[in-house]
Design a protein around this ligand. Structure first.
Ligand code: PBG
Length: 323
């Protein structure tokens, strides 16, 4: 033999020296679920160890994340039922929970990169990402509201708008609205290849945002398709996105790689709620080692090409990397 591949695997030191993929705290975006009230901390039943916090707890959490070296949070709010409608009224409220949360987080930790979810589902009486007419999720009227919502988030101090709705043309509309309102420093992280996935189930528990009728297959992508993901992503690049995203992550590593090789923008991947729940559940049963599963999963997502990973394991991962 002229080559023995095991030489480079012999000891922990040599393995560390030749490791191609190294996770760092800079890789992670920590999603946060925010609810009204004071001192509220509610565990999400299908996401053990993950919580909805009121604003005070959210600020504490953000300080902790920052101290650990995590640079970005992605905010989601749980909207009260009585404020939901079919127009996204509450999404545009300058004193809405999202807008207050953005301000509170930026005031507490100005350096933290605050990303905000833009879609109507948490605010929708139908639990859909857009305005509903009959059985249809209407595109263009929704895009108008999403653009206004983005401006409202920018006004509150958001650094990066993250539209997760999958309407056509929304990136251009948001970019134009930001420009018109002079928000020339606000970025857009486009959920470009977002699939209609069963892995969002626990998230919909967290925000009480499950669709009231039907599913999201007329706007989110069919998981059978890869070329379509590229088309969606290239359009978002042309429309002015700063970062493009693939979602979910682990069942879509091929898509992450395809997009990484096809665009020059940073690529993010969303390791979603169901992926978190699967690891938690198997670990609870004693069937896998949770800590090892976390690091292996996140490393595989980065190896596939993700420059950024939104993950509910952000804190755990940093803690494990520091050990
Ligand atoms: C809503 C939104 C969803 C997620 C992020 N933004 C759910 C959905 O599209 O139904 C899912 C995140 C997760 O499962 O962790 N537009």
């Amino acid at each position: 033999m002229i080559r023995r591949n095991r030489i480079l695997r012999n000891t922990p030191a040599i393995r560390a020296m030749v490791a191609e993929t190294i996770l760092t705290p800079n890789d992670f975006i920590a999603p946060l679920f925010i609810t009204e009230g004071k001192g509220v901390k509610e565990e999400i039943s299908s996401m053990p160890g993950y919580f909805r916090h009121s604003l005070d707890g959210t600020v504490q959490e953000v300080k902790e994340l920052w101290a650990m070296g995590i640079k970005s949070v992605l905010l989601f709010i749980k909207c009260a039922d009585e404020l939901k409608d079919n127009k996204g009224t509450e999404a545009l409220n300058p004193d809405g929970l999202m807008q207050r949360a953005i301000k509170a987080v930026k005031d507490a930790v100005p350096g933290m990169v605050v990303m905000t979810d833009v879609a109507l589902d948490p605010f929708s009486s139908y639990g859909h990402d857009g305005i509903v007419e009959g059985e249809e999720i209407v595109n263009d009227a929704t895009v108008e509201v999403l653009a206004q919502m983005s401006v409202s988030h920018a006004q509150a101090g958001a650094d990066i708008i993250a539209p997760s709705d999958m309407m056509d043309g929304r990136i251009l509309a948001i970019r134009e609205a930001l420009e018109e309102n002079n928000f020339t420093k606000t970025g857009i992280m486009a959920y470009s290849a977002k699939y209609a996935s069963c892995f969002y189930g626990p998230f919909r528990d967290a925000l009480d945002s499950a669709p009231g009728f039907g599913d999201k297959k007329t706007y989110q992508m069919d998981f059978a398709n890869a070329r379509e993901a590229l088309r969606e992503t290239l359009m978002d690049v042309d429309e002015g996105a700063d970062i493009v995203m693939v979602k979910p992550a682990m069942a879509y590593l091929d898509i992450i790689r395809l997009i990484k090789d096809s665009v020059t923008l940073p690529v993010s991947a969303y390791h979603v709620s169901g992926e978190y729940a699967m690891i938690k559940a198997a670990a609870k049963m004693g069937w896998i080692n949770e800590e090892k599963a976390i690091i292996e999963s996140l490393t595989s997502i980065k190896r596939a090409g993700a420059d950024l990973i939104a993950t509910y394991f952000a804190k755990d991962a940093v803690r494990l990397l520091n050990q």
